[in-house]
Design a protein around this ligand. Structure first.
Ligand code: SF4
Ligand code: SF4
Length: 338
């Protein structure tokens, strides 16, 4: 059997994923040091990394709605909105490429099922009759957020929320969720890790509401994976290796909202011209080089960050004194009780 010449795509993907994962660990550590400065006496001041707001998609969505209605970018967590928009735009044009290439949770999910495959000799597959209703969970959670924030919450309600102490340090609270884990959190996370070892991308496939939203947006993407029947050898390597369990060999165009745009199928295909990224034009679909797909995605991502920085909507405007007020141990205890 011919081996695919496009294995380099996988290598690039693993490198890109590792870069973003390491970067997230680095900014997480910097943020931890930033908080420690206020909570522990004698700790030196460390600049707060705004990118931590990438972990606040709900705040990003809220800020986006607020911006659409008022033209004002909420100044406490502006990077949350910039990153949210960047990620939605990537999904709109380049499938769920964010999930497949950038998201650190997606990368950890992938490492888990790869480790599980080594450990148990294979990954398990949930029966179709259970898989479909399970996949609905992430859409239900997404719908809940869309209704609560997109419909029920008015811009006036948002202003009142933005000025609460809870919102001002929602990033710190998110960090504490992991650094000061409750027993329940520990049990739930352990269960998710175990399920992640057994099943491919368990979290992303069944539970992530962000991924659900990006998947629905990605249906509109002009870029899609396309199989060319003329060149296809029906070896099924694409279907066997798809982390989203899509039966690529049976499809012509992959329009599924579950497709991560990871190009794993393309990288395993041994037949030149049988499987590739294509872009819809007025008359037909043109083939897009995988490298062009990857570079475009990274350019869009960093372009938004650059716009945020250039326009002054990247760094939080919450002053040092406010952090000091909110994170000194006495006040922290009061907030914990709220
Ligand atoms: S169809 Fe291809 S690009 Fe989409 S998730 Fe499966 S392997 Fe990745
Ligand atoms: S498209 Fe899929 S089935 Fe066809 S040759 Fe490529 S890997 Fe094999």
């Amino acid at each position: 059997m011919k081996v695919s010449q496009k294995a380099y795509i996988r290598k690039i993907r693993y490198a890109v994923q590792l870069w973003f994962l390491l970067f997230c660990i680095y900014i997480g550590y910097r943020f931890f040091q930033f908080v420690a400065h206020f909570e522990t006496s004698g700790q030196p001041f460390v600049q707060r990394p705004p990118s931590v707001e990438g972990f606040l998609p709900i705040a990003g969505f809220m800020s986006l709605k607020y911006f659409v209605f008022t033209g004002i970018i909420e100044p406490i967590h502006p990077a949350a909105m910039i990153l949210f928009v960047a990620i939605v735009v990537i999904s709109l044009f380049m499938k769920k490429g964010f999930c497949g290439w950038i998201c650190p949770i997606g990368t950890i999910s992938q490492y888990l099922w790869m480790a599980g495959r080594r450990l148990f000799g294979r990954n398990f597959i949930i029966k179709k009759e259970i898989d479909i209703p399970l996949r609905a969970i992430k859409y239900l959670i997404m719908a809940l957020f869309l209704i609560l924030i997109g419909i029920a919450m008015t811009p006036n309600m948002m202003i009142l929320f933005f000025i609460t102490d809870y919102y001002k340090i929602v990033d710190v609270r998110t960090m504490k969720f992991f650094t000061e884990m409750s027993r329940t959190t520990l049990v739930v996370l352990s269960a998710l890790v175990l399920l992640g070892l057994l099943y491919k991308n368990f979290w992303c496939r069944y539970l992530c509401p962000y991924g659900a939203l990006l998947g629905l947006v990605s249906i509109l993407s002009p870029l899609k994976i396309k199989r060319n029947e003329e060149h296809c050898m029906h070896c099924r390597k694409c279907s066997e290796n798809c982390p989203s369990l899509i039966d690529v060999e049976k499809k012509t165009i992959i329009s599924s909202p579950e497709c991560y745009g990871c190009l794993t199928c393309v990288s395993h295909c041994p037949s030149e011209g049988a499987l590739g990224v294509t872009m819809r034009t007025n008359r037909s679909r043109i083939v897009v080089k995988p490298v062009f797909y990857i570079i475009s995605m990274l350019i869009v991502f960093y372009l938004f960050i650059g716009i945020g920085k250039f326009t002054g909507h990247w760094e939080s405007k919450l002053p040092y004194g406010e952090y000091k007020r909110l994170l000194t141990p006495q006040v922290k205890d009061v907030l914990k009780e709220q």
